[in-house]
Design a binder for this molecule. Structure first.
Ligand code: GRF
Length: 204
């Protein structure tokens, strides 16, 4: 499936996806990396990997999220994109956009959802004293970080963890989890069934 990765920043998850997709047997083909910020460090990493990149500056449209999304849709359509992977994409999408891409747009979130949706997840996990933390790949629905869960990975929270050490432990798992989860959606192993994602045996 022709896949776009949407980023806003450093793009380490993007790099993990590009690396997985470099294998011709991987079921998602990354045809575009799109950033809503021209200064996203991930853009240079994508270009170095020979992937087409595009910038649609969300700033240009201010609060008009729908107009920003129309501009993104044009770029996505021009590249024949079928699947979207959000990877550190820091814009909330409208209900219209999420409805158009329902079942075809994934996000990675740095917590074990439904715990800690939103920002600053590692600091909040430390403050809550949880012993397990982690990351979630889910389908995107209008409610931020609320969509059906595709896959999760857990890590221990250690007594001497700082936000940085915990974030690094989670990030390592993000880089393993996201390529696996995107592969399941692209190949049809992961399917929506009654509002939940069900994993089916691979075809054949
Ligand atoms: C990751 O922690 C991701 O889970 C969150 O934003 C961060 C993006 O990091 N949504 P990167 O740009 O993929 O390095």
């Amino acid at each position: 499936r022709r896949t776009a990765i949407l980023i806003s920043g450093r793009g380490s998850n993007m790099s993990a996806l590009l690396q997985a997709a470099a294998d011709p047997a991987y079921p998602a083909e990354i045809v575009l990396v799109l950033s809503n910020r021209a200064d996203a460090a991930g853009l240079a990493r994508a270009e170095a990997a020979g992937i087409s990149t595009a910038v649609v500056e969300s700033r240009r449209w201010g609060r008009d999220r729908a107009a920003f999304e129309v501009a993104m849709e044009e770029v996505l359509a021009a590249r024949g994109v079928e699947l979207i992977a959000l990877a550190g994409f820091m814009r909330v999408l409208t209900e219209g956009f999420t409805a158009r891409w329902a079942g075809r747009m994934l996000n990675i979130h740095p917590s074990l959802l439904p715990a800690f949706p939103g920002l600053d997840t590692h600091a909040r996990a430390l403050a809550a004293g949880v012993r397990l933390h982690g990351c979630t790949v889910h389908l995107v629905t209008p409610g931020v970080d609320e969509g059906p869960i595709i896959a999760q990975a857990a890590v221990p929270v250690l007594m001497d963890d700082s936000e940085a050490t915990l974030a690094a432990r989670v990030l390592e798992q993000e880089h393993r989890l996201y390529p696996a989860a995107l592969g399941w959606v692209a190949s049809g192993i992961a399917r929506l069934d009654d509002g939940r994602v069900v994993l089916h045996a691979p075809p054949g």
